[in-house]
Write a protein that binds this ligand. Structure first.
Ligand SMILES: O=P(O)(O)OC[C@H]1O[C@](O)(COP(=O)(O)O)[C@@H](O)[C@@H]1O
Ligand SMILES: [Mg+2]
Ligand SMILES: [Mg+2]
Length: 337
């Protein structure tokens, strides 16, 4: 049998040739690949390297930082500054944007969640990293927060690394979604999941049901209908999953379909929702839409939300198109639209 493996680097070079680019995109992706490999290594060493537990500090959102949140952030910042491809970065773990010194020619902006699902670190359940890449606006000479505050539709690429039973990277550059698995023996990501697509229908939902008492009527209606199964209005039995790592939930949906919801509720709406728009919701929405799914706040497309600040939160409902559209329709009906 002929050998057919394609490395992520070769895949990116091919993509670059197709677009007629100069190579800077491949270079910046190489930095992200290095960062994710190093974080995978630290996640994998876990307690052996003393990587579990709290760091003893809080991030800008008032959340307790885990040691790995801090380490993953340091790795992401360091590796992505080295190549000089970015003019600036923004992270879940940093209050302000971080202009990259010496990167006068950096043409891109990087936003990231260095470690997603961090409540799962110490219990050895899948976690991940999420990233979103924007082009520096034309004519921008100084890197201010305003340069980052752009709608998700302006992303040029987005992806995540999943540190699970195997390490994977999933990427979109606006031309479909492709998944790569890290071969630890050769240290390279190999294309294993070409052209990932999400089935339009599903019978699997993911929501943190402990928040049911706070849900809005359209969310309660939908989950009640899922739970009513074959005998209910949806006419089929549903299964439920909740990993509490958005990366793992999105990956499951890309592989076998499903709907993931972290909706607005009467409690989290005081902050705008739970998940962060710029480095969680937007990159995942881009990936999901590119795979044929849909991503909404319940009241509009996530990627069309105009960000007002870096750490803005937003309600998130994404996955198999027909189910996401059903939940949106329930919101519209409820709002009298
Ligand atoms: O603790 P909950 O309410 O189940 O929330 C879990 C959600 O929060 C997150 O962990 C937030 O991400 P961080 O771990 O990066 O803060 C998501 O990955 C996940 O979907
Ligand atoms: Mg996160
Ligand atoms: Mg995080």
């Amino acid at each position: 049998m002929p050998y057919t493996r394609i490395t992520m680097t070769h895949f990116l070079l091919e993509e670059q040739r197709r677009l007629g680019g100069s190579g800077s995109f491949t270079a910046l992706m190489t930095d992200i690949i290095f960062a994710c490999k190093m974080i995978a290594h630290e996640v994998n060493r876990g307690a052996l390297a003393g990587n579990h537990g709290l760091a003893g500090s809080e991030n800008v959102q008032g959340e307790d930082q885990k040691k790995l949140d801090v380490l993953a952030n340091d790795i992401f910042m360091h590796m992505n500054a080295l190549g000089g491809n970015y003019a600036g970065m923004a992270s879940e773990e940093l209050e302000d944007i971080h202009p990259v010194t010496g990167a006068a020619d950096g043409k891109y902006l990087l936003l990231f969640d260095p470690l997603d699902g961090s409540s799962n670190i110490d219990v050895n359940i899948s976690v991940g990293s999420i990233f979103s890449i924007l082009k520096l606006p034309p004519g921008a000479s100084t890197i201010a927060e305003a340069a980052f505050l752009r709608k998700g539709v302006e992303q040029v690429a987005a992806g995540y690394a999943l540190y699970g039973s195997s390490t994977m990277m999933v990427l979109t550059t606006g031309n479909g979604v492709n998944g790569f698995t890290l071969d630890n023996n050769v240290g390279m990501f190999m294309l294993t999941h070409p052209n990932m697509t999400i089935p339009a229908d599903t019978n699997e939902f993911a929501i943190n049901a402990s928040r049911a008492r706070f849900w809005e009527a359209p969310v309660k209606r939908y989950i009640d209908e899922c739970q009513a199964g074959k005998e209910g209005p949806l006419g089929k039995d549903f299964n439920m999953r909740w990993v509490a790592s958005m990366v793992a939930e999105v990956h499951r949906i890309l592989v076998r379909g499903g709907i993931f919801m972290y909706p607005a509720d009467s409690e989290n709406i005081k902050k705008g929702g739970k998940l962060r728009l710029m480095y969680e919701a937007n990159p995942m929405a881009f990936i999901i839409e590119q795979a044929g799914g849909a991503a909404t706040t319940g009241r509009g497309r996530i990627m069309e939300v105009q960000p007002a600040n870096l750490h803005q939160r937003v309600p998130v409902i994404l996955g198999s198109r027909n189910e996401v559209e059903r939940v949106s329709a329930y919101h519209a009906e409820h709002d009298g639209k």
